[in-house]
Design a binder for this molecule. Structure first.
Ligand SMILES: CC(C)(COP(=O)(O)OP(=O)(O)OC[C@H]1O[C@@H](n2cnc3c(N)ncnc32)[C@H](O)[C@@H]1OP(=O)(O)O)[C@@H](O)C(=O)NCCC(=O)NCCS
Length: 170
């Protein structure tokens, strides 16, 4: 997979991304806003396991964000099953070294648009902790609409949190 967004691209993960993946992902500020499945510390073994896992997926559902020849983040989808198979959840992260440059917005917009065709979806949605203002802004800028609040729907590091649900439909 390759989405060419000019200086930025969204592409399949490669085995050779391991060093960059571990360097950029090993950041508590990133892990704090993602599921517990995204570990902290992010060790080399986590990177190896992740790259093996994503490279075996059919169809491919997790991709690297590439800038200046290096993987600097990730974006991916969980596709629903049974009656929810037309619906997919999107998640993403960007290395702190590149925050505030519009990369997450561009990637979320282009990759969600691409996913509708690729996975035959009618809906792409994202769940975001209610305090994650940067990601809320990303979703608004990427064309997602806020649909509601899932009160006390998640627990992160022992704290119960509200999540906002954003979606784009076709
Ligand atoms: C959320 C994240 C992906 C944003 O990446 P990014 O490339 O910096 O995002 P963008 O540059 O496209 O947009 C960020 C927007 O949030 C705004 N923003 C950043 N911090 C903010 C804050 N504390 N309060 C309000 N707005 C904030 C920026 O100003 C920008 O908006 P603007 O263009 O209107 O000025 C990145 O911070 C990250 O990886 N965080 C950890 C993982 C995560 O939260 N993933 C999403 C889970 S739902």
């Amino acid at each position: 997979m390759l989405l060419d967004l000019g200086d930025l691209s969204v592409r399949s993960w490669r085995k050779s991304d391991l060093d960059a993946l571990v360097r950029h992902a090993n950041n508590p500020k990133i892990a704090a806003n993602l599921r517990d499945q995204f570990p902290h510390p992010y060790r080399r073994r986590d990177g190896i396991d992740y790259l093996e896992f994503v490279r075996e997926q059919v169809p491919e559902r997790n991709f690297a964000l590439q800038y200046a020849g290096e993987a600097i983040g990730g974006i991916g989808f969980q596709i629903g099953v049974d009656i929810s198979r037309v619906s997919a959840e999107m998640g993403y992260w960007v290395s702190e070294s590149y925050w505030g440059r519009g990369f997450a917005t561009r990637a979320a917009q282009a990759t969600s648009d691409w996913a509708f065709e690729k996975y035959k979806l009618t809906r792409v949605f994202a769940l975001v902790f209610s305090g994650n203002l940067a990601s809320i802004r990303v979703l608004e800028k990427a064309g997602f609409q806020r649909e509601g609040i899932l009160r006390r729907s998640a627990i992160k590091y022992g704290v119960v949190l509200d999540q906002l649900i954003f979606a784009k439909v076709r």
